[in-house]
Design a protein around this ligand. Sequence first.
Ligand SMILES: Cc1ncc(COP(=O)(O)O)c(C=O)c1O
Length: 277
Amino acid sequence: MRPDGCLHTEDLAPLLSSRTRLVACTLTSNALGSIVDVRAAADLAHAAGAEIFLDSVHFGPHGPIDVQAFDCDYLVCSGYKIFAPHMGFMWGRYDLLKQLPTFREDFIPDEPPGKIEAGTFIYENVAGMDAAVNYLAQVGRSLAGMSGTPDPKSLREDTRYAMNAIQVYEQKLSLELARVLRDCGAQVYGIMDDARVAERVPTFCFNLPGIQPQAVTEAAARADVGIRDGHMYAPRLMKRLNLPVETGAVRVSLVHYNTMAEIHRLGDVLGALRKRG
Ligand SMILES: Cc1ncc(COP(=O)(O)O)c(C=O)c1O
């Protein structure tokens, strides 16, 4: 990671060699919100004869997951960040999944997808995932001015429409939250250059000088604003930022149903804390 809070593919190139089998990376940082240029990473990995595995969990609610555009070999996601229950899913190139050795009983055929999803599904999670996809498709349909419930034949297009529109709206949220954080004198870790807003999702990690992260989240909670503090499951990042792992930083994670008014409510909380602190 460079000081801008981003992974740069120029730094990946020297790490690859003909001995590299797999490059695994996230699409988006769950702590800083930076989006990785995974297509460039895939091009480098493939040129070195390696495969690429992507974790799209944090990107999931913020934009279209397009395995063809990413040119990845494997991609995993988790439903709970895309408005579904906590059920993971995986996509992989069929020929690679066919060759992939998996641990399974002999009676389970060595064929994807069954070889990696043996056993009984948790049907309530599957129903929840289906509902979440239909919800997103419905968002897409209503934004496109179409009436009626989602049509299974246009699910892909409707969902893509929604995710593209969500990306546009969320960039406005990012710009406004960045402005509010700047005005409050917060130290933000990650992209703060408005011109680079397309390189991030509206997940912001910051600290208010001299104020404990937990005190910030507690004050926000009293104003009915739910944010969190801590190491965000990224203790090495906290160390890199010279922050104590035990207390870490504050994180605000916005999605498409958040509003400018909510950002301003948070701004009032932060402003009052700064005045008092
Ligand atoms: C990038 C990323 N990967 C993985 C996870 C964890 O997902 P799960 O709990 O489904 O393993 C998260 C959750 O915060 C995440 O943001």
